[in-house]
Design a protein. Structure first.
Length: 717
């Protein structure tokens, strides 16, 4: 958001800097607990009122924050899991009201300039200062003097931890008992060096880029090989950091403020929102989200994820808080808005990255898939439930097509503005529950099967002899121990017009749709050409520019897929020695255990992505040779740095460190099917609304429990 630069800008910046020193100097003192955010509000208000142009809005009613013994005022949207830490014995049972709304009044006043100076994180009284939560990576370059002010982007302070810090933290994957009262055990960290309090600080936007640096000015170190032989290039994965579950109130307010500026401020230009309206939206959002702060002890707060009820971290990482819009729009004062109340909540960043722009029902459906796949041992007990979930997620893609929610907001909002209020209400209900209405069925009847089960394609430069290519694919599979009969069963489907079989390395649950639409060799070739083209122009563009690309086209990619899936199938045969071919075929999944499909707008669409982590050059493993390429000799999977994952998996992994990928998956599995923000309809997966499905599978429909009957173990049908 652009702020007017007036004559009181320097005075406000100095006041905020002085007050930040005063507040944070109390971290190492047991007696200085009377300082609160009210001093920030009072000082800023007195300075701003001297401007004479506009008055600061009157403070609204304070938010009541609960102490450990009085119980929280805010009930989380999802049940709190067992990882909520118990308070210390003898904790003070005081209830203090923090007037957070009035603090936000000043922060979001359109005439209030943002502080131009960097905020110091520590004072001499609070030293020694410990190392930062995660070291700055090579791609976080310090801009030239004055660059940050020219871009008018602001960053949030990192939280430094000293020896007496009360931050409750837990390393990723550690075995620290959260029920312990030992704060020092939870706060152990690196002692390598002090935090540079004058360094530019990190804040990330929706695309994972620090907002202080303009992307066009961004520079990266030259490519280099690491100790594992991988070519490091471009932006590197974030280093794991300790989760910090409690934070000082003023730091929490600051983080929420900057998240709102970064996310809500993006809506101003595409939606043409005036500055005064945008200021009101931000102020209301801040007051609402401040209710997520639950008092832990005097002056310290926690926040819970609105989707899972789990504690969120105040440090950067997949468990940190992220501003989420559950639905694609909200009607506010008769106008469509996106990041505006009531379409706002705080969720973990890893969950938000994975959800992307899918309908609200997709996230709980994928979470249920993960739970079924992980905890159901008998294959026959799980296949009916997984097939129901697959149908439901396919129907969610149909909802996206009907309403056009997959489009950019600059395209979607003009379309949605033409709907009546009744149509908007129906659309929101369908997006929230997956239930069908007469209006939705009317729109659905105008779609054809090929409108739903479509894929991105690129016209190839040549037309191969498919009889020869089919023979080559089978020879590649035989190198990995896959017989011709097994190749036909696992990796092919019948070609149109009874013309043999065609290569189809996707989920068996998607085969009926592919057969119905006439999947053929030309289509798989066009799909492969599009994937290679997209990799070269986008995903691996830096590698291609620096000479780390490979000679690849659609046919070579098809050869690689034959080797990749044959190797995967052979591993499944060794792991599940007593499994039938049908069970092995159902277990051909991505790294998160999700099924691969070629269809666009589907959360399970196959994505050609980086394998080891997201900071390397993409290589298929084609050996460098001056000889003519031979797919039987020149594909080395041990040198491969790419794989095929679902789009949901690829987005969920983001650029987090590979050590955290399983943690993100586990966190997603905690999202319930029924929630105040979404409630999956019990008939959503009974059958695909358009297209065919494998009717030999007996679907296991989900039946839900009412609270009283659930205690008696009686299902409501």
């Amino acid at each position: 958001m652009e702020f007017k630069q007036n004559k009181i800008e320097t005075e406000v910046g100095n006041a905020l800097e002085t007050l930040s020193k005063r507040q944070l100097s109390t971290l190492g003192s047991k007696t200085s607990k009377e300082t609160s955010s009210s001093s920030v509000k009072t000082t800023c208000t007195s300075i701003l009122n001297r401007g004479g142009d506009k008055q600061t809005p009157a403070p609204t009613k304070g938010v009541q924050l609960a102490s450990p013994q009085s119980g929280p005022v805010r009930t989380p949207l999802a049940p709190i899991s067992g990882n909520r830490r118990a308070p210390k014995r003898g904790a003070t049972a005081k209830v203090k009201t923090y007037d957070l709304s009035s603090v936000f009044d000043d922060l979001f006043n359109e005439d209030t300039p943002a502080p131009a100076k960097k905020v110091k994180l520590t004072s001499p009284e609070s030293s020694p200062v410990r190392a930062p939560l995660a070291p700055f990576s090579g791609d976080q370059r310090v801009p030239k003097r004055g660059a940050a002010l020219a871009l008018k982007k602001y960053v949030t302070p990192r939280i430094a931890i000293d020896d007496s810090s009360e931050y409750e933290s837990c390393g990723h994957g550690s075995d620290v008992d959260e029920s312990s009262d030992d704060e020092t055990a939870l706060g152990e960290g690196s002692d390598e060096e002090d935090l540079d309090i004058e360094a530019p600080l990190e804040l990330q936007d929706e695309d994972g880029e620090p907002v202080i640096i303009n992307r066009r000015l961004r520079q990266y170190p030259p490519p280099y090989p690491d100790e594992n032989g991988l070519i490091r290039i471009g932006k590197q994965p974030k280093q794991p950091s300790r989760n910090i579950y409690t934070a000082p109130l003023d730091q929490a307010v600051n983080q929420i403020t900057i998240r709102i500026r970064a996310r809500v401020g993006r809506d101003a230009k595409p939606q043409a929102i005036p500055k005064n309206i945008m200021s009101d939206i931000m102020q209301g959002a801040a007051a609402k989200l401040s209710q997520s702060a639950i008092s832990f002890r005097e002056g310290w707060v926690r926040a819970l994820c609105d989707y899972t009820g789990l504690k969120m971290s105040w440090a950067s990482g997949p468990s940190s808080g992220s501003l989420e819009a559950p639905y694609h729009f909200a009607v506010v004062d008769g106008v469509l808005r996106y990041h505006a109340l009531p379409n706002l909540c705080l969720v973990m960043e890893g969950i938000n990255r994975a959800k992307k722009s899918n309908p609200a029902t997709v996230l709980p459906l994928v979470a249920e898939w993960i739970r079924v796949y992980d905890h159901t041992t008998a294959f026959n007990d799980s296949i009916g439930r997984l097939a129901w979930l697959y149908n439901a997620i396919s129907n969610a893609a149909i909802i996206s097509k009907v309403y056009g929610t997959y489009s950019n907001r600059t395209i979607f909002f003009p379309r949605a503005n033409g709907w009546s209020l009744s149509e908007k209400r129906t659309a929101l209900e369908t997006l929230r529950t997956g239930s069908r209405s007469e209006e939705f069925d009317s729109d659905l009847s105008q779609l054809r099967e090929k409108d739903i089960f479509s894929f991105k394609r690129r016209t190839p430069d040549c037309q191969p002899n498919w009889i020869d290519e089919d023979r080559t694919l089978r020879n590649i599979a035989q190198q990995y121990g896959i017989s011709t009969e097994e190749f036909d069963f696992y990796l092919t489907i019948p070609a149109p017009n009874n013309n043999g079989r065609v290569f189809y390395p996707f989920s068996v649950l998607s085969r009926p749709q592919a057969i119905s639409m006439g999947w053929n060799w030309t289509q798989i070739h066009e799909w492969c050409c599009e994937k290679v083209h997209n990799m070269k122009r986008a995903c691996n563009k830096r590698g291609e520019d620096h000479g780390f690309g490979e000679t690849a086209d659609g046919i070579r990619f098809m050869y690689w897929m034959a080797a990749h899936f044959s190797n995967l199938i052979q591993g499944l045969k060794e792991s599940y020695t007593g499994a039938t071919q049908r069970e092995i075929a159902f277990r051909i999944l991505d790294r998160w255990g999700l099924p691969l499909v070629p269809w666009v707008r589907n959360a399970f669409v196959a994505s050609l992505c980086k394998k080891q982590d997201h900071g390397i050059a993409m290589l298929f493993g084609f050996t460098n040779s001056e000889e003519t390429f031979d797919p039987l000799r020149h594909i080395d999977l041990s040198r491969c740095t790419v794989t095929l994952d679902t789009w949901f998996t690829n987005c969920g992994m983001f650029d987090f460190h590979p050590q955290l990928w399983d943690e993100v998956r586990t966190t997603i599995s905690n999202v319930p099917l029924h929630h105040p923000l979404f409630r999956v309809d019990s008939a959503m997966g009974d059958e695909p609304w358009i297209g065919h499905w494998d009717q030999s599978i007996t679907l296991q429909r989900y039946t839900f429990y009412l609270s009283t009957h659930g205690c008696l173990d009686e299902q409501i049908t």
